[in-house]
Design a protein around this ligand. Structure first.
Ligand code: FNR
Length: 182
């Protein structure tokens, strides 16, 4: 059966290295897995007052996430936390609380950073929020890609060594999305 993965990229910039790794991961998916990006750049800042109203952009991302079998988050770290734009969509999709899209949702996260620490704080932030929201997180393998600019060729493609490294993440993600009891 076809499976759908909603992809959230935590960086808004055009030349994002996280976008490049996400594109590589999407390209490695088997034919029966569709990857659809959830665009977060233009979402108004979450405001609880909006819970009683309808905001088209909020409804759109909530529906996209709701319809997905799993959500893949590929994100940088901003000042030792997850980027604000990523936190914003997590909050938007968590409300109204009884309709939270995260409850029992399968979620996987990877981070990439030019630094030695790989953006791990951002990845652990996502785990923290998802635990609170009762999502089903993929626990292994953890991918917090350090010195990530060294994993990209001049044309923006992923180096062969890092492709091999990411293969296990791709394989485990597909198994996770297909599993019944993750
Ligand atoms: C960063 N960067 C960064 N890197 C890191 O490993 N830990 C951090 O806390 C931060 N903090 C931070 C704050 C802000 C505001 C910016 C703009 C950047 C560097 C960051 O990892 C680098 O710019 C990446 O290239 C961002 O990812 P994208 O946009 O290329 O996907």
């Amino acid at each position: 059966t076809p499976m759908k993965i909603a992809l959230i990229i935590g960086s808004l910039r055009k030349a994002s290295i996280n976008r490049k790794f996400a594109a590589y991961i999407a390209s490695q998916m088997p034919k029966n897995v569709m990857v659809e990006e959830v665009h977060i750049a233009d979402l108004p800042l979450y405001n609880q007052d909006y819970d009683d109203t309808t905001i088209d952009s909020y409804e759109h991302v909530r529906q996209q996430l709701k319809a997905a079998d799993a959500v893949l988050i590929v994100t940088p770290e901003h000042n030792r936390t997850m980027p604000a734009a990523l936190k914003n969509v997590i909050d938007i999709a968590s409300r109204p609380y009884k309709d939270s899209v995260w409850r029992d949702k399968k979620v996987a996260v990877m981070t990439a950073s030019p630094s030695n620490y790989g953006g791990i704080n951002s990845g652990l932030d996502v785990h923290k929020s998802m635990q609170m929201l009762s999502a089903k997180m993929m626990i292994h393998p953890e991918v917090y890609l350090s010195r990530a600019t060294e994993s990209l060729n001049d044309d923006g493609s992923v180096t062969e060594r890092t492709q091999q490294y990411l293969q296990k993440f791709v394989n485990d993600l597909v198994a996770f999305v297909g599993s019944n009891d993750a």
